[in-house]
Write a protein that binds this ligand. Structure first.
Ligand code: GLP
Length: 240
């Protein structure tokens, strides 16, 4: 595992993009994340694309997760987030982008479909954010390390943390989400995890500065992966 600390989110994201670009080519498959963490990385991707240096025409992507119970038109749907923050600004073919369909009438079928798609794919690089409680994707503490695509009940602390996107009203935050499982995430060839802000410090300490590998802290599973890059700002650095 490589651990890199930067002054700012912007600097970390620039380096994350350099690492990403060194690991992929224009035919690669990406695992993508949402939330506040990857936005500057996506800006770097867009900038480089607009400068003519990288085409996404043949790139495929798979997103980690989606809230249950909000439609595409909701500003906080992760599907919408991806269009607004990345897909609408690059030449990716949206038929090659995949996001769990968490508002499907038949949710079980939608889970099965996404699992089948993931089983038939090799993700070259998975981008990850990190929950304050150590969650990756929406795999909350206690999720089995061998889990596949599933519906998760969001923990109270996650609902509270994410209420900042929902008018600071916990009642407006969906209580469930569909997420890739930990086993799906671990199958990626390379993983780039980003974490910014002091809320992430404890999870980073458990990941970088402990021997813990336990389902109660989902990110600790990454210690078993052969190629992980962890980039943080100084607030998230465990030594601070
Ligand atoms: C959210 C997302 C995760 C994300 C994490 C951190 O709930 N489901 O994929 O990595 O929690 O969120 P943020 O980047 O907004 O801090």
């Amino acid at each position: 595992m490589k651990y890199l600390v930067f002054e700012t989110k912007k600097e970390a994201s620039k380096e994350a993009y350099k690492i990403l670009k060194s690991l992929i080519d224009e035919n690669s498959t990406l695992g993508l994340a949402t939330g506040s963490t990857p936005t500057d990385l996506y800006e770097e991707m867009i900038k480089d694309h607009k400068e003519g240096n990288f085409s996404y025409k043949n790139i495929k992507s798979y997103n980690l997760d989606e809230y249950v119970g909000i439609s595409y038109d909701h500003p906080e749907s992760y599907h919408k987030f991806m269009d607004v923050n990345l897909f609408d600004h690059i030449d990716i073919d949206k038929n090659n982008t995949h996001i769990p369909d968490a508002s499907a009438e038949n949710l079980d079928q939608a889970l099965e479909n996404y699992q089948n798609e993931l089983n038939n794919t090799i993700i070259d690089v998975q981008i990850l954010g990190l929950g304050g409680n150590g969650h990756i994707g929406f795999n909350e503490p206690g999720t089995p390390f061998n889990s596949g695509v599933h519906v998760i009940d969001l923990k109270e602390e996650t609902i509270k943390a994410n209420s900042r996107f929902f008018n600071n009203d916990v009642n407006l935050v969906p209580k469930q989400a569909v997420t890739m499982g930990i086993n799906d995430i671990m199958k990626a060839k390379h993983i780039i995890l980003l974490a910014f802000g002091k809320e992430k410090q404890t999870a980073i300490k458990n990941l970088i500065d402990s021997d813990i590998v336990d389902e109660s802290i989902p990110c600790t599973v990454l210690k078993k992966h052969p190629s992980v890059y962890v980039l943080v700002d100084k607030e998230a650095d465990f030594r601070n």
